[in-house]
Design a protein around this ligand. Structure first.
Ligand code: HEM
Length: 399
């Protein structure tokens, strides 16, 4: 129902997405970086991991709910920190609900919880927050009709509701989702969009953090990237405090920017953990193996991305491995998975990561202030151990 609005061609031509990016970058991110430039106001630099998780959340929630009803985590630091704390503290407690859902539910019915009770309370708070934004976006649509082509357009919510209506018209009570989605459209929208919000926030934040960490270690790399960014027409250099938004096609044609983002998702696969699947009955062949139906198997981006034959010196971050014709490297790239359950938001993520990096490095130079704990955790969504990275930015004025 909704994959169309996450396609490359839709994102590239979406006036709403472009208007939302303009607001997020020009009125929120750039002022946040400007504020960090002065050592007296930000003696320890700025924690970019927290900031990039905020940028990612503002991008994806604006696309889902429209800018008016979305988060403003970049500016609202206290709400952002509260939200991130809830999100990260409950992160390690997904095992029983995910792997033993029936047993978990049955025991819960008997008053026994396999997961600490505060985790349930935290999940409920996050869900309620998402439901509130989702309901507001739906109300907004119902009141004002479809606000297409503007920053307020809740692209994803609007598309889901239209999909539910179509399903209702075509299949009515025979629809397999009649008793769930069609009878409860508001709850269904909130539930679906909650997946997008959670899947699109930390992953994107992690990638932006590691890419900025690499860029901040080399002024030459930053210069090289900036040279490429200046070829955009219009480019993203601030002009009287504002920058122009480049055409997305142009942005995606920049080979170095593309290579740097891709290499970061390879080396630091933000969703690098196992992706389990169940082999279909009666059996299936996977490479040299005959796998009996019902067997649970998995692969992970972390491992595939460390295949030395395809990615020599695989532990090393080296964006040049993506420059030129690199068919084998692309074939084995699994940062967004593949097949029917691959990442729904891969094009969106590539787009918002490129836009964010382009906005920053067209205008600023970055330096590391404190990168202790930057090593990636061994979790499904591997984040820096310290959950932070402190950088200092300097405005480039000699352009
Ligand atoms: C750098 C950023 C991102 C990375 C590395 C990433 C990675 C992944 C991976 C590896 C999967 C596959 C899981 C599997 O095979 O079972 C996945 C699924 C998914 N992703 Fe992303 N993702 C990113 C950003 C986003 C964004 C921005 C969205 C926003 C819509 C999103 C939405 C989803 C959803 C909804 C799924 C589940 C798809 C399904 O099961 O049908 N992701 N992501």
């Amino acid at each position: 129902m909704v994959s169309n609005v996450y396609s490359k061609s839709y994102i590239n031509t979406s006036v709403s997405q472009s208007a939302q990016s303009d607001i997020i970058l020009n009125t929120r991110l750039i002022p946040a970086l400007e504020a960090s430039v002065s050592p007296s106001r930000a003696p320890h630099g700025i924690d970019v991991h927290s900031l990039f998780c905020a940028v990612a959340m503002d991008f994806i929630s604006a696309y889902c709910f429209g800018i008016r009803h979305s988060s403003n985590f970049i500016e609202d630091k206290s709400h952002r920190e509260h939200w991130l704390k809830l999100y990260t503290t409950r992160k390690g407690y997904g095992f029983f609900a995910q792997e033993l859902p029936r047993l978990s539910k049955a025991l819960q019915y008997l008053g026994v919880s396999l997961t600490p009770r505060w985790v349930h309370a935290t999940n409920r708070e996050l869900e309620a927050w998402c439901k509130e934004l989702s309901d507001a976006a739906i109300q907004g649509l119902r009141k004002s009709g479809l606000s297409l082509n503007s920053a307020d357009d809740p692209v994803v919510v609007r598309t889901l509701l239209a999909g539910y209506e179509k399903e209702k018209d075509m299949h009515g009570q025979d629809s397999p989702v009649h008793s769930t989605t069609i009878l409860n459209p508001e709850l269904s929208v909130a539930s679906e969009v909650f997946d997008h919000i959670l899947a699109g926030q930390e992953t994107t934040g992690v990638a932006l953090t590691y890419l900025s960490h690499h860029l901040s270690q080399s002024l030459d790399l930053q210069k090289d990237l900036r040279k490429e960014l200046l070829s955009l027409q219009p480019n993203m250099v601030l002009n009287y405090g504002r920058m122009a938004m480049p055409g997305p096609q142009q942005l995606h044609r920049l080979p170095k920017l593309h290579a740097m983002v891709l290499e970061t998702v390879r080396r630091y696969a933000p969703a690098g953990g196992p992706e389990p699947r169940v082999a279909p009955f009666p059996a299936c062949r996977i490479g040299p193996y005959e796998v009996p139906g019902g067997t649970r198997i998995s692969a992970s981006a972390y491992n595939l991305h460390r295949d030395e034959q395809t990615y020599p010196s695989s532990e090393q971050w080296d964006h040049t491995r993506w420059l030129g014709d690199k068919e084998a490297a692309y074939k084995q790239f699994w940062g967004f998975s593949s097949g029917g359950r691959m990442c729904l938001g891969s094009n969106f993520a590539m787009h918002d990561m490129k836009l964010t990096i382009a906005a920053i490095y067209s205008n600023f130079t970055s330096y590391i202030v404190d990168d202790r704990g930057i090593e990636q955790t061994d979790m499904y969504t591997g984040h820096p151990k310290s959950n932070s990275l402190h950088l200092r930015y300097e405005r480039i004025l000699d352009l």
